[in-house]
Write a protein that binds this ligand. Structure first.
Ligand SMILES: [Zn+2]
Length: 352
C-alpha cells in the first residue's frame, strides 16, 4: 500500500466509523462468554491462548507486495496453512489486537479462524492518536469513542456481525497525550458498559503503567480487567510488583526482542522477571505472547530483512518453542505455566 493509498484506506475506515456510531439496536454481549470472531464461546474452550498478536492486518502485506502473490485466495491459503501448524502445536486461541486504524481486515480474521481451527478474538479500540497519525475517530470525544468501541463489541465490526471481544488502546509515551487520554477513558467506559477487558500498548521502559493506572481508576475500572502489554521491555521488578499488587496484569510479549545481544533487557532477564513474579505468587497476573506481525512472516525470503525486524524467531510459536522451555529450565512450575497460558486468558477474556 502506498502512503497515499494507505491514507485513503484509513480515511474511508474513519468515515465508516462515523456511520458506525449512529444509533442502532443495542445488543447485550454474552456475559461469562468469550466473544470470538465465530461467536460466543465458553472460555474453558479457549485453551492455550496468545493474548497479544497481529493477524488481521495480513492483507496489508498482500497489498504492499502484490507481485509475490497470486492473489488474495493464495495469500489466505498460505496463512491458513501456517495457522494450522500453530494449531497443531497446541495453541488454542489467538487474541488479535489489530485495531481499525492499523489495517484490521475482519473478514480475513474470520476466514482464517474458521479454516485453521484456531479460535480468534478480535479487538476494538485505537492504536494511534494524533499527532502520530492524522487518523482518529472524527468525534474525538470520550463519548464518541466510547460509542464506537461499544458498537464494535455489541453490534459488529465494519458492517459485519463479527464482534470484538477485547479493547486495545495505544499509549506511546510515559504519559498519555490529551487525545490518548480521551482514548484511554473511552476504553475504560466501553469496558464498564460491555464487560470486555482492556489491553494497553504500554511504554514500560518509562514505567508508563504508573501514569495510566490513576486515569483508569478515576474511571472506576477494576484493575483485574486491564493488562499492560509489552511490560517485559522494562525488566524492573519494582515496577512490576507495584502494578500486580494494585491488581493489574502484565503482558510479557516482547521476550523475543531480548534475543539479539544489542537489545536490552536481555531474553534471560525478561524470563527471570517472569520467574520472580511467579515466585512472588503473581503467576495469575501474567500473559505470555509475542506481538507477532503474522502477515509479515508470510512474506517471501527475499523480503526477509524487513520481516526479521517485525517477527520473532519461530513466529507465533516462539513462546511454545523457546520461552516456555527456558522458563521450565530455570524452575517455573508446570502449574504456573498453565496459569499464565490457560487460566488467566480463560478468566480475562470472559465478558463480565
Ligand atoms: Zn501489538
Amino acid at each position: 500500500m502506498t502512503s497515499s493509498s494507505r491514507r485513503r484506506f484509513l480515511e474511508q475506515t474513519a468515515l465508516a466509523g462515523i456511520a458506525a456510531v449512529l444509533p442502532g439496536p443495542a445488543a447485550a454481549a454474552a456475559k461469562g462468554m468469550a466473544q470470538t470472531v465465530l461467536g460466543p464461546l465458553d472460555p474453558s474452550r479457549l485453551g492455550v491462548t496468545l493474548a497479544h498478536e497481529h493477524i488481521a492486518d495480513g492483507p496489508f502485506y498482500l497489498d504492499r507486495w502484490p507481485k509475490d502473490w497470486g492473489g488474495r485466495a493464495e495469500f489466505t491459503a498460505r496463512a491458513v496453512d501456517r495457522l494450522k501448524v500453530v494449531r497443531a502445536a497446541g495453541i488454542g486461541t489467538i487474541v488479535d489486537l489489530t485495531t481499525y486504524d492499523v489495517w484490521r481486515d475482519i473478514g480475513f480474521l474470520e476466514e482464517v479462524s474458521r479454516r485453521s481451527g484456531l479460535t480468534m478474538i478480535a479487538a476494538t479500540g485505537q492504536r494511534f492518536f494524533p499527532p502520530v497519525t492524522k487518523v482518529a475517530m472524527p468525534a474525538r470525544t470520550i463519548e464518541g469513542l466510547t460509542a464506537f468501541f461499544r458498537k464494535e463489541i455489541e453490534q459488529g465490526i465494519d458492517g459485519t456481525a463479527i464482534k470484538a471481544g477485547v479493547i486495545k488502546i495505544g499509549i506511546i509515551g510515559k504519559v498519555p497525550t490529551a487525545l490518548e487520554e480521551i482514548g484511554l477513558r473511552a476504553g475504560a467506559r466501553a469496558a464498564a458498559a460491555t464487560g470486555a477487558p482492556i489491553r494497553i500498548h504500554t511504554h514500560a521502559v518509562d514505567r508508563a503503567g504508573e501514569s495510566l493506572a490513576p486515569i483508569l481508576e478515576s474511571e472506576g475500572i477494576d484493575p483485574a480487567r486491564v493488562s499492560f502489554d509489552h511490560s517485559d521491555d522494562s525488566g524492573d521488578m519494582d515496577y512490576f510488583l507495584g502494578l500486580v499488587k494494585r491488581g493489574y496484569s502484565l503482558g510479557m510479549d516482547h521476550v523475543h526482542r531480548g534475543t539479539p545481544p544489542e537489545f536490552k533487557p536481555a531474553f534471560e532477564r525478561r524470563a527471570e522477571c517472569i520467574k520472580l513474579l511467579c515466585d512472588a505468587g503473581f503467576a495469575n497476573k501474567i500473559f505470555l505472547s509475542q506481538d507477532s506481525e503474522f502477515g509479515g512472516a508470510l512474506l517471501p525470503e527475499d523480503k526477509k530483512e524487513w520481516r526479521d525486524k517485525i517477527d520473532p524467531p519461530d513466529g507465533l510459536l516462539f513462546t511454545s518453542r523457546r520461552l516456555i522451555p527456558y522458563l521450565e529450565h530455570i524452575g517455573v512450575s508446570d502449574a504456573d505455566i498453565h496459569t499464565m497460558t490457560v487460566e488467566n486468558p480463560r478468566r480475562f477474556f470472559a465478558l463480565v
